[in-house]
Design a protein around this ligand. Structure first.
Ligand code: HEM
Length: 310
């Protein structure tokens, strides 16, 4: 379904062009853009985001990113549904245009298969973000605007670029499987929709104090996102470390004991213990030290058998 100025699901009013209008500094859209400028720049400069933009993203890490988004959007859209008639949120309720829960579920099914729900779990940083979204939805519904703004406006701003990067880096089909999250089928012009969204934010009847709390909450939302990126970045390092260039598993900080890695348990649960055991065995077999150890072990075993038979 295409979004036109007449067919938006919410209100259907004409797209309210910001262009040509004098925006006031106390317009919520202006306050949010100005108040999150610094933290936006920080988010752009996180290693995970920079690597992603350069196409340096592994499939496993991309999948975990999609899992984090799934939990985040599930929480946000649950709270949005509950608060859809709240006067401080209702004008921003655009489920058919914006909501990402279903698209993310399809992406996860593509990556993890039909049993995807049993394969995924919520990471600690994502859980903190999710907890805050629920708290806001239940205790300060007006602040939900900050969470919706941070995610949806960001998605509409970079979606197409990120989709192309992911498709190229992960060799995903051009038909869009695995990257449905980035595809807003019900929005024809992201630019026009963002203008509509900004004008709706500016029409909310909020006092100065609430507007300022909203800016603070948006800064927090960016920080939650950065914490998720940083967590993914750390997990990415363990993927790289586990199989080094010559294929031998190593794990620097934990002194070689991978079971001490905080992500090990969830990764084992997510990828299946057997698969990991096979990967480990293959890595040991490929490595010269592993081959010497196995040969020694067989020699000792043969010696014992010979001694027993004598
Ligand atoms: C390298 C990474 C990023 C780049 C290059 C980038 C770039 C941009 C650009 C160019 C815009 C302006 C679009 C427009 O006005 O039409 C924008 C807007 C926005 N971005 Fe990002 N962004 C990045 C990461 C993020 C992240 C990680 C988030 C939050 C999780 C985010 C949230 C937003 C939001 C909320 C807006 C709307 C600003 C406004 O108009 O009020 N961005 N971004």
């Amino acid at each position: 379904m295409a979004t036109t100025t007449e067919s938006v699901s919410n209100g259907g009013g004409p797209v309210h062009e910001d262009k040509g209008e004098t925006l006031r500094p106390d317009d919520l859209s202006e306050m949010l853009a100005a108040g999150t400028k610094d933290v936006h720049e920080k988010a752009e400069n996180t290693q995970f985001v920079k690597d992603f933009l350069r196409g340096r993203i592994r499939r496993e890490l991309f999948k975990l990113g999609a899992v984090a988004l799934y939990y985040t959007y599930t929480a946000m859209e649950e709270e949005i549904e509950i608060n859809k008639d709240h006067p401080h949120f209702a004008p921003l309720y655009f489920p058919s245009e914006l909501h990402r829960h279903e698209a993310l579920a399809r992406d996860l099914e593509y990556f993890y298969g039909p049993e995807w729900k049993r394969e995924i779990s919520c990471s600690p940083a994502t859980q903190r973000y999710v907890d805050r979204i629920h708290q806001v939805g239940q205790e300060y519904p007006a602040l939900l605007v900050a969470h919706a703004y941070t995610r949806y406006m960001g998605d509409l701003s970079g979606g197409q670029v990120l989709k192309k990067v992911a498709q190229r880096a992960l060799k995903l089909p051009p038909t869009g499987e695995g990257v449905e999250f980035y595809q807003f089928d019900a929005i024809d012009s992201a630019k026009a929709f963002k203008q509509l969204y900004r004008s709706r934010m500016n029409e909310l009847e909020l006092d100065a104090e609430t507007k300022s709390s909203l800016v603070d909450e948006a800064v927090k939302a960016f920080q939650f996102n950065m914490e998720v990126f940083e967590e993914l970045e750390e997990i990415g390092k363990t993927f790289q470390e586990e199989v080094s260039e010559d294929g031998m598993p190593i794990h620097g900080d934990t002194g070689g004991d991978i079971s001490k890695c905080p992500y090990y348990a969830s990764k084992m649960a997510a990828s299946g213990g057997m698969a990991y055991a096979c990967q480990l065995a293959m890595a040991i077999l490929r490595h010269p030290t592993g081959q010497v150890l196995i040969a020694t072990w067989f020699a000792v075993l043969a010696g014992l058998v010979a001694w027993y038979l004598m």
